[in-house]
Design a protein around this ligand. Structure first.
Ligand code: SF4
Length: 248
């Protein structure tokens, strides 16, 4: 017990130092393309996005807001079992039944409204096939106008359902790249999206893999309490020394 308390104290002290360091100008030792290569070497191919159709990916992108994928998978399984995984069936479903199917994904009443809004929009616009013909910036603009779809969800949909070259920014991206000294972390969404898109070759398959690798790394290694001792980026990360010291 005492050992655990000491480790906790050291960790807290390390975090204080890390926070103080955050305010100092930090020198990044690695660039955005090199981070991709190292993450790929560490985690391998991620096979994203799980889903049998563009519509299933779109529904998953709405349902994954603020929850883990395992919960989304359960909600999608419910929709499949009830044979309502289509825009028309979701729009036609009773609101209470739809919310019940979505219950495992959390915030199910809000998500039911959002999913229904996206389905209505899809129907109005003639479905996925018609939307595939729309240029990326126009499609992004249209998605952002749909109730409950913000930049991250819109970009998930553009990249994974429509194979468009947009880079998805999420909380894991902010955490990892702030620790690496490559961003401040407080930049707005569009600034970060452009930063990544400009630093990389325009390559849908690589954008797909890179975002999935960032999620894998943020979930398993660069957690809130990071596991720097197991991190392939540790030699290039200004934070690793602080965190490793804190956990020793
Ligand atoms: S070394 Fe630590 S802080 Fe840096 S990226 Fe890896 S896990 Fe995150």
């Amino acid at each position: 017990m005492r050992g655990a308390a000491t480790a906790r104290k050291k960790y807290t002290a390390g975090r204080r130092k890390a926070k103080a360091g955050d305010r100092l100008p930090r020198q990044a030792c690695i660039d955005i393309p090199a981070v991709y290569r190292k993450l790929f070497a560490a985690h391998g191919k991620q096979h994203w996005w799980p889903g049998d159709s563009a519509f299933e990916i779109m529904a998953g992108a709405v349902l994954t807001q603020n929850t883990a994928w395992t919960n989304v998978a359960r909600a999608i399984a419910n929709l499949k079992q009830a044979k309502v995984l289509s825009p028309e069936a979701i729009v036609g479903a009773q609101p209470k039944r739809l919310a019940a199917w979505l219950r495992p994904s959390g915030y199910f009443n809000i998500k039911a409204q959002r999913l229904r809004a996206m389905c209505r929009w899809l129907i109005e616009r003639g479905g996925v096939k018609k939307l595939k013909k729309i240029p990326t910036s126009e499609l992004r603009h249209a998605l952002l106008a749909v109730h409950g779809i913000g930049p991250e969800t819109a970009d998930d949909i553009l990249l994974y359902a429509f194979q468009r070259p947009v880079f998805v920014i999420d909380a894991y991206t902010r955490r990892i790249f702030t620790r690496l000294g490559l961003i401040e972390g407080s930049e707005n969404y569009e600034t970060l999206r452009h930063l990544f898109e400009n630093a990389l070759e325009t390559d849908v398959a690589m954008f797909n893999e890179y975002h999935a690798l960032i999620v894998a790394h943020g979930k398993n290694i660069c957690r809130k309490r990071p596991m720097c001792g197991s991190c392939r980026l540790a030699d290039d990360c200004p934070y690793s020394a602080v965190f490793m010291h804190a956990s020793n």
